[in-house]
Write a protein that binds this ligand. Structure first.
Ligand SMILES: Cc1ncc(COP(=O)(O)O)c(C=O)c1O
Length: 409
């Protein structure tokens, strides 16, 4: 098969890449695979060094703190906790917890369990654990039957494509959404449910590959700094080079980096970076049995080395440019079916006229050995490995053309 979706966007290099197979062949690594440590209590002697040569070597600007986790949801969930702790530390002026706070927290009561919220955006997906679900608004199947935290949801900009052609219109739409964010924060203050942070995807992925401009993200950074609240950029799907930069938010030239950056998928391990000021002050506050898995970090080490050795981010830019231009060609050939071809790096997508035609196309492609993914209601998305080449794009486009011709018959 030609895999343009990979295991839901989580394959950094190709299947069975020799650099990763070598990790398993090396006896020095065996005990890490066999004996999984409880990292929060008994980290291996070389753990700090492993983090330095992997996650910290590729850390977003402004970040020197990282903690690993199991999956994307777990990373966001704990990133939220880092924001809440920082918010409350500032609110109590650095004073220690009172006995009343400690006791009431055990009964889910005030003041130990404060009335705080995190603001998220319409159509977002940040995971399926109970906290993350309050930030997830893409599909009802993920939500129905589960009690939800009634936290504020702002509109994510609904932009017109191609983005360069509708700059003025899109700017107004983004300003509308930013005004809504400010309004919801104000309402939170007035209603005794302060917003402690904002969570946003660098590109809204599961919700249908929705882009917003650098201005929009700078606007969020300005609002959060002005209000003294956290900004968490969720890079679970956009991180690890897929957009042509290691972290997608690097495209936005933010004047001040996000406070928390979550990752998983192609990074092989989940986790999050946080600014020094968001570091928990006591042990055990961000904790679980394993707190990640060092065997994944050893594999990530091989990935990061291979990314540098083979200039894979450069490759993503070359392949991505070809993929997007071919998608635009297809859009020109099948204007009644395709529109909104868009992308950054190989993080590309195109929208269909309706869900049925899209799903039909995806099934027909799969029968031909072409694995693609979907998101939103009408979007076909591409999430190939970093090793994907222009010639793989050409193989796919031959099949895509044939299937679209068949679908339009
Ligand atoms: C942006 C984003 N955040 C969080 C998650 C949740 O990750 P996981 O499925 O590993 O829990 C996903 C999953 O698709 C995601 O795309």
């Amino acid at each position: 098969m030609v895999d343009l979706f990979t295991p839901v966007s989580s394959l950094p290099l190709c299947y069975n890449h020799p650099a990763m197979m070598d990790v398993l062949k090396n006896p020095v690594n065996w005990s890490t695979f066999v004996n999984r440590p409880a990292l929060g209590m008994y980290p291996p002697g070389d753990w700090a060094q492993r983090l330095r040569s992997t996650l910290l070597a590729v850390a977003p600007a402004g970040h020197q703190q990282v903690i690993t986790m199991g999956c994307g949801s777990c990373s966001v969930e704990n990133g939220l906790k880092a924001m809440f702790m920082k918010f409350m530390r500032v609110r109590r002026g650095g004073a220690p917890y009172t006995q009343e706070e400690m006791d009431s927290s055990l009964r889910n009561q005030l003041p130990g369990s404060p009335n705080l919220s995190v603001l998220s955006f319409s159509n977002a997906l940040h995971g399926r654990t109970m906290g993350c679900l309050a930030l997830t608004h893409s599909k009802w199947q993920m939500k129905v039957d589960f009690p939800a935290l009634d936290w504020p949801i702002a509109d994510f900009p609904n932009l017109r494509y191609p983005l360069d052609e509708f700059k003025e219109e899109n700017r107004k739409e983004e300003e509308r959404c930013l005004a809504m964010v400010e309004d919801l924060i104000l309402k939170g203050d007035q209603n005794g449910m302060a917003v402690a942070g904002i969570v946003v995807e660098s590109i809204q992925a599961e919700g249908g590959d929705q882009f917003a401009s650098a201005n929009f993200f700078q606007g969020l950074r300005d609002i959060t700094n002005k209000k003294g609240i956290g900004l968490l950029m969720d890079e679970v799907q956009t991180g690890c080079g897929v957009t042509g930069k290691f972290w997608a938010h690097e495209h936005f030239n933010l004047t001040d980096s996000p406070d928390v950056v979550t990752f998983s998928k192609k990074m092989l391990t989940g986790g999050f970076y946080n600014k020094d000021s968001f570091r928990p002050q006591e042990s055990n506050r961000i904790f679980n049995t394993w707190v990640g898995d060092p065997s994944k970090v050893i594999l990530l080490e091989a990935v990061v080395k291979e990314m540098t050795r083979s200039n894979l981010i450069g490759q993503v830019n070359v392949t991505g440019e070809h993929l997007l231009s071919e998608l635009k060609n297809m859009q020109a050939r099948y204007p009644s079916i395709l529109h909104k071809a868009r992308g950054l790096g190989t993080f590309c997508s195109v929208d269909f006229c309706d869900t049925e035609t899209r799903d039909n196309t995806v099934n027909k492609l799969r029968q031909r050995g072409m694995n693609t993914g979907v998101c939103g209601t009408t979007t076909l998305r591409f999430r190939p490995a970093l090793t994907f080449l222009p010639r793989h794009v050409d193989i796919f486009m031959g099949h895509f053309d044939a299937v679209l011709a068949d679908v339009t018959k």
